[in-house]
Design a protein around this ligand. Structure first.
Ligand code: SF4
Ligand code: SF4
Length: 710
């Protein structure tokens, strides 16, 4: 209760207090809405984005990721600091509103905040203001003295943001001091005036200030009170209007960014929301070429980034010295928006983004691994934006030299190697393999039957790399032996199977992807199978998320884990008990599809197998470098991602890297050689290891007869 000490009662100034503060309020609020209105202009010119579905799920995201600050503790110190500041702001919101109104009305008390409840709220917010103030000091010291590497801005990305960040910390600290001084001065003045005043929170800022100023004369207290109030008002509105000019704009926009965040992992946005695939020929320009080609949600992301650097800190492309750090994709776009949509004046004509704010190499450097999105506390999206920028480049015929050949091969032969379709199933013809297992080819309209006369109901989708790469064919044979061992009635499409198109799509070649997808969908439907199994996480992700109208798909690690649990697969002890194994999570199995436990459960079921975890594992797994057609690309980089990954395995004390993806296998085996670890380190696919370890006794006890050769 402010009563007779309300600044609204100032009468001896040029303007009465109430009028002065009303003017500040009106100016501050108008200014804020004007600036925000200007910031929204590009969003109204942006491409559409359908994000208004599933309101309850979205609300749940807001509760978890925005209000609950779910991802912040992934960086412990910074996370806890942010949670304290955020909680302080939330608690202080009502108090700040009340303080603003006090300048207009001497007896204003927020409804529900009188009496005991009000006193309790005052105590809590006294502490909240104190904690926020202390956090500002800690954050400023951290920024200025300890300088965490992830805040640094390399020269190619412009100048550092430390000054701006510290300026904002100082402003917030001033706000907390002014608020506390006003509360202390008011309490001291009322005590001197003989009123009974509720106690301030012990050891809080207002309490300490009251201890210092408590003995001042009433007139000095009144002057100081009004001064503190004025500083509070001006700082509050300055902050409000300054925030939309920099990283602090996320205070206003992040709630909306989180609400409208993408809900499905592993998916890609369509070329144009609301345009069906069959009408894509009517779309004049594909992808993002100019700023306004981004969707409104993607622009909202640009405003919502808090510049915390976590995305870039976890980006393997950045770690390998490629010219990509996701944080700066956002910062550069935000700077572009601020420059081209100024607060004063009309929007300016823009130039194509590639070649001005983004370089071609920057956009081709991404492996679509998803580490940036996994880490971002505000759910800022990157893969869709990068793929959209690639679609724009592909549309302009702007494709890296090294990728032109595989793309032509994919168009002509349906695989990036340009190999003959009829050779697709050659891996199954190896004499030794055929003695143990024969694989049926599910020919179109003539789905085969096994020796028991039963039509195969499971398709093993092999995909290009496992079909044609001599080394990876071993994965296909191991997968087939495992499926046979568990009595799975399965077959393959053989020559009728084209590349799943997963990488093609992420490379930005949407139309080629659709040709491949439609061909495979037709072939799968004609095979009449009821389910699909694959050992390739890229094919798994494509069939699960990019294809429509195909039977349910499982990754082989899910099948093996289930069969092990059911007791249908027993293992002999691992061959070399001295080996130490570590599991590398493939991005499209782990982060994009959340399959972390099944492969680990399988490994842990093998007797005698010693397993260690790498520092970066599960949702923080470090990409091997193979996604997004990068296997065929030669990006500019200082070192290979695979080499970094192999060193992480060595640091963990492992000498065998187990993975569950042929792309990872290519990169990791290659990296072992490049890192000079040949003979000391090896890599093996989960299917190969399982195939090796299946108990020799049980191999002869197949529950289903072997299938006839195709
Ligand atoms: S998806 Fe992976 S490679 Fe691409 S920007 Fe994000 S973290 Fe970097
Ligand atoms: S995009 Fe997210 S993780 Fe990256 S700097 Fe911005 S807020 Fe941080």
């Amino acid at each position: 209760m402010v009563g007779i000490f309300s600044p609204s009662l100032i009468a001896d100034w040029l303007v009465p207090g109430r009028n002065l503060f009303l003017t500040i309020h009106v100016l501050g609020i108008s200014c804020f809405f004007y600036i925000v209105g200007k910031r929204l202009v590009p969003l109204f010119r942006a491409e559409s984005d359908l994000r208004f579905d599933r309101p309850l799920t979205r609300l749940g995201n807001v509760l978890k990721f925005w209000l609950g600050q779910w991802k912040h503790p992934r960086y412990k110190f910074a996370g806890i600091l942010h949670i304290l500041i955020f909680t302080g702001f939330i608690l202080l919101a009502t108090r700040a509103f009340s303080v603003l109104i006090v300048g207009l009305s001497s007896n204003f008390v927020m409804s529900g905040f009188s009496g005991r409840a009000g006193h309790l709220y005052d105590i809590i917010t006294d502490y909240a203001a104190t904690v926020v103030f202390l956090c500002m000091i800690v954050a400023a010291v951290r920024r200025l003295v300890f300088k965490p590497a992830r805040y640094a801005v390399p020269a190619q990305y412009g100048k550092g943001h430390t000054a701006d960040a510290v300026f904002l910390l100082v402003l917030i600290a001033i706000l907390m001091v002014a608020d506390s001084l006003f509360a202390a001065g008011n309490a001291a003045a009322r005590t001197l005036h003989g009123e009974s005043v509720e106690a301030l929170a012990v050891l809080s800022l207002p309490w300490m200030f009251k201890m210092v100023i408590g003995s001042m004369p009433l007139t000095s207290l009144w002057g100081m009170n009004v001064g503190a109030y004025l500083v509070h008002e001006i700082t509050f509105y300055f902050l409000l209007c300054y925030r939309p000019f920099g990283i602090q704009f996320h205070v206003e926009t992040s709630l909306f960014s989180v609400y409208f965040a993408k809900l499905e992992r592993g998916t890609l946005k369509p070329v144009r929301w609301g345009v069906a695939d069959e009408h894509l020929d009517q779309v004049k320009s594909f992808g993002v070429k100019k700023f306004e080609d981004f969707t409104w949600k993607h622009m909202l992301d640009f405003y919502s980034c808090a510049d915390c650097g976590r995305c870039a800190d976890n980006c393997p492309a950045n770690a390998a010295g490629r010219p990509l750090a996701p944080r700066f994709l956002t910062i550069k776009a935000r700077d572009y928006a601020f420059q081209h949509y100024p607060v004063l004046g009309r929007p300016k004509e823009g130039k194509p983004l590639i070649g001005t704010i983004y370089s071609e190499d920057e956009i081709w450097s991404c492996t679509t691994c998803g580490a940036c999105e996994e880490e971002c506390p505000l759910l800022v999206e990157y893969i869709d934006k990068i793929v959209d920028l690639r679609r724009g480049m592909v549309d302009d015929g702007n494709v890296p030299q090294s990728l032109q050949k595989p793309l032509r091969a994919l168009e002509g032969r349906g695989n990036p190697y340009g190999k003959m379709e009829k050779k697709k199933a050659d891996w199954a013809k190896e004499a030794e393999f055929q003695q143990a297992c024969s694989v049926k080819i599910l020919e179109r309209n003539r789905s085969g039957e096994n020796s028991a006369g039963k039509r195969p109901d499971t398709l093993y989708f092999v995909d290009s790399i496992t079909s044609y790469d001599d080394r990876m064919q071993s994965i296909a044979r191991s997968t087939s032996r495992i499926l046979s061992h568990i009595g799975e009635n399965f077959g393959i499409l053989g020559a009728a199977e084209k590349d799943s198109g997963h990488e093609v799509r992420r490379f930005g070649e949407e139309l080629l992807f659709q040709v491949l997808r439609d061909h495979n969908t037709e072939a799968i439907k004609e095979s009449g199978v009821g389910r699909i199994v694959t050992a390739d996480p890229h094919a798994y992700n494509a069939l699960k998320h990019d294809y429509k109208d195909v039977p349910p798909v499982e990754h082989i690690s899910q099948v093996i884990a289930r069969e092990v649990k059911a007791g249908n697969i027993q293992f002999d002890a691992v061959e070399n008990g001295d080996n130490v194994y570590t599991y590398h999570d493939p991005c499209y199995l782990g982060r994009h599809n959340q399959i972390y436990d099944d492969p680990r459960n399988v490994l842990d079921a093998i007797p005698g197998l010693k397993r260690v975890e790498m520092k970066r594992s599960r949702d923080r797994s470090f990409c091997c470098g193979g996604g997004g057609l990068m296997l065929f690309c030669e990006p500019k980089e200082e070192q290979r991602m695979g080499v970094l990954r192999v060193r992480m395995a060595a640091e963990a004390g492992a000498n065998v890297i187990v993975t569950a993806c042929p792309f990872c296998m290519v990169n990791i085996e290659d990296a072992i050689k490049v890192a000079g670890l040949e003979g000391k380190m090896s890599a093996i696919d989960l299917t190969e290891l399982v195939d090796q370890c299946i108990a020799s006794e049980s191999r002869t006890e197949k529950r289903e007869p072997a299938m006839v050769g195709g």
